[in-house]
Design a protein around this ligand. Structure first.
Ligand code: SF4
Length: 493
C-alpha cells in the first residue's frame, strides 16, 4: 500500500507554532513527550482530544479530584465526553483569559483551586491537567505544592500537539502517579492494599482491560504459583503500591512507555503481549514464567491447564471471512492475533499507537502470517486498506465503519464493540468469535438496506434542492415515506 499524507484535524492546525511556543516558554515536558511518544507518519490526533485519556484515568480513581486547565471549548468537549462515558462526578475547571495567561495569574488561580480542593477527608490526590494553550504557554504545574494536608497534587501537561493519542495520554497520568507512589515507597512505609497483601508473587497488568480478564489471567497463572496483581491505571491510590510490589509487569497494552520506565526504575521486568488465543497464551505463559524464574515443569502445567479449553473454543466457532481492522485503543494487535487464531482471513491491522518494544512479538507474529501491520496508521491509510482488500467485515473507527456501511459491508466499531469485551482465555476467544460471526451473518440485511436506500442522501437527493421542483434523482425520498414526489411541487424546499 502506498503512503498517504493524513489530513490534520482542525484543532491541530497550529500544532507546529504551539510546540514552538511551549519550547519558548521553557516547558520541559515537550522534550519528554517527544521522546516518549514519537510522531509520524501519523503525527496528530485523528480521534477525540488526547487529553481525554488522562482525564478518564483520573475520573476512574476513587478519592481523586480532576481539574482541567485549558480553553473553555476544549473543556466543554472533554466534560461532555467524560459524562457520556459515565464519569458520575464533577470535572474541575479553572478558566483563563489572555490577561491571566500572560501575567501568570492563571497559575495562581490553579494553586488556589488545588488548595481549596485538597480536602484529606475526601481525596487522596488532586490531578491537574494542562491542555493545549496552558501547555504551550508553559504554565508551570511542577511549581504546584507536592501535597497539601497529605493530599497528593499531580500536575501533567497533555497537549494535543505533543501527545498523539488518548491512549498515550493515559500513560502520561499513570506514569506520573507511579512515579509519585514509587518515591513514597522509597521514603518509607506506605498503606497496604485494601484486601491485604496476597501470599503469592504477582503479575501487574498494564493496560485497561475488561473486568473479567484479570480473573481469567489469574486462573492461568495459578499453576505457576503466581497471581494476577493490580491493573494499571489503578482504581485507587493504594493500588499503585501493590502494582509496584510485583514480581513482573505484563504490558498487555504496548503504549505505556513512561509507565514502563517507572516500573523498570523500581527494578521490575516488563513482558509484552498478552494471553490471547492458543499460541498467544502459550507464548505469554512461557515469557512470564521465564521472567519470574518458574520451573519448566510448572510452566508446562499452566499451559496444560489453560490450552485445551482454548483449543475447544477456537475450534467450536471459527470465523470465516476476510477482515480489515483498525483502532486507536492500543489493543489492536492483540485482537488481530485472536482473529487470526479464530480462523479469520485478516489482511490489515492499523493502530494509531506507535511501534514499541512491548508490541514486538505481536507484530512479528502477525507479519509472519501475511498480515499488514501499520503503526501510527492514519484514517486515510485505514480507508485505503479497506478499499484494497475488499473485506467481508470491517472492524474500525467510526469513519471507517461509516464508509463500510455505506458500501453495504458489515462493520463493527472497535472501541465500543470489540475493545470493551473480554479478550483473554476461552471467554475472550468465545466472545470475539460470537460478535464477529453475528455481524458477518448480517450481510443479507446490509444488502437489503443498501438496495432500499440506494441513492438517498447523495447527489441531488442530498437535501439541497433548487426552489420549486424536486430534481430528477430524488426518488429515494419517496421510499423513505416523505411527502415529496418526483415531478410534483416540493413544499417548503
Ligand atoms: S486541548 Fe488541544 S487537542 Fe484537545 S480539543 Fe483543545 S485544542 Fe484540541
Amino acid at each position: 500500500m502506498q503512503d498517504i499524507e493524513p489530513k490534520p484535524p482542525v484543532c491541530n492546525d497550529a500544532r507546529a507554532s504551539l510546540r514552538a511556543a511551549a519550547r519558548a516558554a521553557g516547558s520541559e515536558s515537550m522534550e519528554r513527550l517527544a521522546r516518549d511518544y514519537p510522531l509520524g507518519p501519523h503525527d496528530q490526533p485523528q480521534s477525540m482530544c488526547p487529553a481525554f485519556g488522562s482525564l478518564r484515568v483520573g475520573l476512574r480513581m476513587r478519592r481523586t479530584a480532576t481539574i482541567l486547565s485549558g480553553s473553555a471549548c476544549c473543556v466543554y468537549g472533554l466534560t461532555f465526553t467524560s459524562h457520556f462515558y459515565g464519569a458520575r462526578r464533577s470535572v474541575g475547571y479553572v478558566p483563563f483569559d489572555s490577561e491571566t495567561l500572560v501575567t501568570g495569574k492563571l497559575f495562581e488561580d490553579l494553586r488556589d483551586a488545588v488548595t481549596a480542593t485538597a480536602r484529606p477527608a475526601e481525596y487522596d490526590a488532586v490531578v491537574v491537567i494542562n491542555l493545549c494553550v496552558p501547555s504551550a504557554s508553559g504554565v508551570p504545574l511542577r511549581l504546584l505544592p507536592k501535597s497539601i494536608d497529605g493530599v497528593r497534587i499531580i500536575g501533567v501537561d497533555v497537549p494535543g500537539f505533543g501527545v498523539p493519542t488518548h491512549a498515550e495520554a493515559k500513560d502520561v497520568l499513570a506514569a506520573a502517579m507511579l512515579r509519585y507512589a514509587r518515591e513514597e515507597i522509597e521514603a518509607g512505609p506506605v498503606q497496604a492494599p485494601r484486601n491485604g497483601r496476597g501470599g503469592l508473587p504477582s503479575v501487574t497488568l498494564l493496560g485497561e482491560i475488561f473486568p473479567a480478564d484479570p480473573v481469567s489471567i489469574g486462573r492461568m497463572l495459578e499453576p505457576m504459583g503466581i497471581s494476577a496483581g493490580p491493573v494499571v491505571p489503578t482504581r485507587e491510590w493504594r493500588e499503585l503500591y501493590g502494582a509496584l510490589d510485583c514480581a513482573v509487569v505484563g504490558a498487555l497494552h504496548p503504549f505505556y512507555v513512561a509507565s514502563t520506565r517507572e516500573f523498570e526504575a523500581a527494578g521490575r521486568a516488563v513482558v509484552g503481549s498478552a494471553p490471547v488465543g492458543l499460541e498467544g497464551t502459550a507464548d505469554w505463559l512461557d515469557a512470564i514464567g521465564g521472567a519470574c524464574g518458574i520451573s519448566r515443569a510448572r510452566v508446562d502445567a499452566a499451559k496444560t491447564a489453560a490450552l485445551p479449553a482454548l483449543r475447544g473454543v477456537l475450534g467450536a466457532s471459527p470465523i470465516r471471512g476476510r477482515i480489515t481492522l483498525s483502532g486507536y485503543e492500543g489493543s489492536e494487535l492483540l485482537v488481530a492475533r485472536l482473529l487470526v487464531e479464530c480462523g479469520a482471513d485478516l489482511r490489515y491491522v492499523g493502530t494509531a499507537c506507535p511501534d514499541t518494544s512491548a508490541s514486538a512479538r505481536d507484530k512479528e507474529w502477525l507479519r509472519s502470517r501475511g498480515v499488514e501491520v501499520r503503526f501510527r496508521a492514519s484514517l486515510e491509510q485505514d480507508l485505503e486498506a479497506f478499499s484494497a482488500f475488499s473485506p467481508d467485515i470491517v472492524i474500525g473507527t467510526t469513519p471507517v465503519v461509516q464508509a463500510a456501511k455505506e458500501r453495504g459491508i458489515p462493520a463493527l466499531y472497535f472501541t465500543n464493540l470489540i475493545s470493551a469485551r473480554p479478550l483473554m482465555g476461552p471467554a475472550g476467544a468465545g466472545a470475539l468469535a460470537q460478535v464477529v460471526n453475528a455481524a458477518l451473518a448480517n450481510k443479507p440485511r446490509f444488502d437489503e438496506m443498501r438496495a432500499f436506500f440506494e441513492g438517498v442522501g447523495t447527489g441531488p437527493s442530498s437535501g439541497v434542492w433548487e426552489r420549486g421542483r424536486i430534481p430528477a434523482g430524488a426518488e429515494g425520498l419517496v421510499k423513505l415515506g416523505r411527502k415529496a414526489v418526483p415531478g410534483k411541487e416540493a413544499a417548503g424546499c
